[in-house]
Design a protein around this ligand. Sequence first.
Ligand SMILES: *[C@@H]1O[C@H](CO)[C@@H](O)[C@H](O)[C@H]1NC(C)=O
Ligand SMILES: *[C@@H]1O[C@H](CO)[C@@H](O)[C@H](O)[C@H]1NC(C)=O
Ligand SMILES: *[C@@H]1O[C@H](CO)[C@@H](O)[C@H](O)[C@H]1NC(C)=O
Length: 263
Amino acid sequence: MLAPCRRVLRLWPVLLSISALSVVLLWRSHDDEEAAPDETDRDNWVAVRLGQDQKEYIDRRGVHVVVGHYMGDANNMQNPPNLTDELLNANMFDPRPNEGRNGQPVMIPSHELLKMQQLFHINRFNLMASDRIPLNRTLPDVRKKRCQKKLKNLSHLPATTVIIVFHNEAWSTLLRTVHSVINRSPHNLLQEILLVDDASTRAFLREPLDEHVAKLPVSTRVLRTNERVGLVRARLMGAKEAQGQILTFLDAHCECTIGMYQT
Ligand SMILES: *[C@@H]1O[C@H](CO)[C@@H](O)[C@H](O)[C@H]1NC(C)=O
Ligand SMILES: *[C@@H]1O[C@H](CO)[C@@H](O)[C@H](O)[C@H]1NC(C)=O
Ligand SMILES: *[C@@H]1O[C@H](CO)[C@@H](O)[C@H](O)[C@H]1NC(C)=O
């Protein structure tokens, strides 16, 4: 009984030095991956079409930053126009097939500019531009090439519940968020989508929204709070109902690009 034990004991120093060596090697390769972005990294970034008033740079941590300015109604922030109930309850979603394709800027025709400035005040973004972009518009793959090659085999990943809280969100931004999740995640990893409505008052966020999500190819439900509860409690309400092993919280006005879940 003793002999094999001794042999194991004698092996210890060898095993220890092998594991120490592998730790050092792992450390080194990790270091290489985390290394500061160099010029070759620049080739990995997707090119964006910049407007006159925009600039881009890569920050110290290697994040690609694009700075833009909304040129709409900046002068009139103190005196927003009176928005009628009729306007607030209207769903003005009016998609044009090529608008915003591949993330390109939307050009509003000059005869619509006044209306555009008025609509800006409803959600504090360019609602008219958003409403012209289809729900399934294309977007570039913004991952680095190195990242795109990772995680080819997804079968071991757990499924997720995506939870999106909104309050009086615009139809086009809310549903582009939902459609981009559906179009750009592997469906076997997407258990369900839960939309938590934090006491919205706009008419199209009631039955029309329920009817729209009922037709989606991924199980999607709208939960509603009885009164305004705020972002955190609304997220917790979604978390309580969630069936997926992983919870993914998203804003109600974002768009997912390819690989958003797995990479
Ligand atoms: C908005 O409505 C208020 C009260 O009805 C009125 O006093 C104000 O002048 C209106 N503002 C604009 C920009 O129309
Ligand atoms: C988006 O959907 C429309 C109609 O549902 C379809 O005609 C169009 O080809 C789709 N666009 C993309 C980029 O998938
Ligand atoms: C993917 O991973 C699973 C479990 O981790 C494994 O059973 C399966 O054979 C892998 N598939 C491929 C194509 O490598």
